[in-house]
Structures are given as structure tokens and as C-alpha cells.
Design a protein around this ligand. Structure first.
Ligand code: SAH
Ligand code: DHB
Ligand code: MG
Length: 217
């Protein structure tokens, strides 16, 4: 098993189960053309996020880390017409690309892109959110988890991307991204208001994982 196999299987799964999607393809093409890194979730992961948000009947979604709006579009598609998604992005260039992509997806009425550091923007938000996707700088994950929890209600689901990073999560050698993941896991484990798990994933985006948190009280 190697990366080529994981990529080929992802291509098969996407071909087998996902509809062709011009809007999402164009969002990635424009993101690439603007020089954004290809660190968006994979299509089958994006659809997983949409389905999870649909399963909790999300009407208000918070995303931390917009990039070009690829995961944003998947998540916003889970919303009813009067739902709303707030997405936080540090880089104004990323936010601008995302706004264009979200507009083209017909979701601009439901999505607000706020520009700034996640830790600075979170205190200005009003909860509760029904679903939160954390996918920005990994070093800040402890703050993002704490901030997301403060904006949650019982039943809110929080999903965190990139919690495995090709196994780097095992190496407690001072990498601030890895420290961020591990400190977040410790916070989650010590927090009586949530129940959580994490799963490893392989696919077109390599070897990584999602942490899934459910707020219970
Ligand atoms: N969720 C996106 C990918 C996000 S990549 C998708 O799957 O399509 C991570 C993003 O977080 C990048 O756009 C980066 O600019 C942004 N970011 C980095 N540091 C940040 C911070 N402190 N606050 C908010 N966003 C940040
Ligand atoms: C990186 C960030 C991501 O959100 C991701 O899914 C993959 C990689 C990164 O910063 O390298
Ligand atoms: Mg990610």
C-alpha cells in the first residue's frame, strides 16, 4: 500500500459515489490559479462534512480556516435556505478567492467570510453553532476547541481536521502544530461536557485524521 494506491482508491470512490460538480471543480481551479496551496479537504471528505452537518440538522455552522472556500461550500450546502455559516480566515487573499467561489456556488446569502486571526475573531461571535469545523493553524487548536465549545450547545458537533499528520502526532518533539493537536486532545479528554473520538484517514490527501467531538451538556 502506498500513496498511489490511496489516491487511486479515492478517485474510484469519488467517481462511484459523488456527482460531477462544476462549481467545486472551478473553486479548486481558481484557488490553484490564485496560488493557494492544495490543502483543501478531498471531495469525499467534503461530502462527509456535508453529511455530518445534515445529520445534526445544522442551521448555524462555524468554520475556522477558509482557504479558497472548498470545505465551506460543502458545509454550506448542508444548510437550509435561512441557515448561516461563518468562516474565519487570516489571509485576505484567501478570503477574496473564497468569496468569489462561494458567490459562484450561489451560497453568498448564507456565508460570511470574516478576515482575521481565529483567536481574535472567535470572541466576537455569537453562538450557539450547531456544527463547527476546525481547520486552520494547528498550533492554535487548543484555543479553537475552547472557543468552539464556548459557542456550542448540547448536541453541537465539532470536527477537527489534520489530527494525525502522517503520524507526526506521535512525535512530541516541539513542533508547534503537533503540540497544538496533542494539547487539544488533552483538553478534550479532560472536558466533561464533551464526548470524542478520532479516526485515521488515508486517501488523495495522504495519511491524516479527523477528531470528532459531540457536546453533551
Ligand atoms: N478548510 C479549508 C482548508 C483550510 S487550510 C478546506 O478544506 O477547503 C488552512 C487555512 O487556515 C489557510 O487558508 C490559512 O490561511 C488559514 N489560517 C492560518 N492561520 C490562521 C489563523 N490564525 N486564523 C485563521 N485562519 C488561519
Ligand atoms: C495543512 C493544513 C491543512 O488544513 C490540511 O488539510 C493539510 C495541510 C498544512 O498547513 O500543511
Ligand atoms: Mg485541513
Amino acid at each position: 500500500m502506498n500513496q498511489d494506491d490511496f489516491t487511486r482508491v479515492d478517485e474510484y470512490l469519488v467517481e462511484a459515489l459523488l456527482d460531477r460538480d462544476e462549481v467545486l471543480d472551478q473553486a479548486l481551479a481558481d484557488s490553484r490559479a490564485a496560488g493557494l496551496p492544495a490543502i483543501n479537504v478531498a471531495p469525499n471528505q467534503g461530502k462527509l462534512l456535508m453529511i455530518l452537518a445534515q445529520m445534526v440538522g445544522a442551521r448555524r455552522i462555524l468554520e475556522i480556516g477558509t482557504l479558497g472556500g472548498y470545505s465551506t461550500i460543502w458545509l454550506a450546502r448542508a444548510l437550509p435556505p435561512d441557515g448561516e455559516l461563518v468562516t474565519l480566515e487570516y489571509d485576505p487573499k484567501h478570503a477574496e478567492v473564497a468569496r468569489r467561489n462561494i458567490e459562484r456556488a450561489g451560497l453568498a446569502d448564507r456565508v460570511e467570510v470574516r478576515v482575521g486571526r481565529g483567536v481574535d475573531l472567535l470572541p466576537g461571535l455569537t453562538g450557539p453553532f450547531d456544527f463547527v469545523f476546525i481547520d486552520a493553524d494547528k498550533a492554535s487548536n487548543p484555543d479553537y476547541f475552547t472557543g468552539a465549545l464556548a459557542l456550542s450547545r448540547p448536541g453541537t458537533v465539532i470536527v477537527v481536521d489534520n489530527v494525525v499528520r502522517a503520524g507526526a502526532v506521535l512525535k512530541a518533539d516541539g513542533d508547534p502544530n503537533v503540540e497544538g493537536i496533542r494539547r487539544m486532545n488533552a483538553l478534550i479528554a479532560a472536558e466533561p461536557r464533551v464526548t470524542a473520538t478520532a479516526v485515521q484517514t488515508v486517501g488523495s490527501k495522504g495519511w491524516d485524521g479527523f477528531c470528532l467531538v459531540r457536546v453533551v451538556e
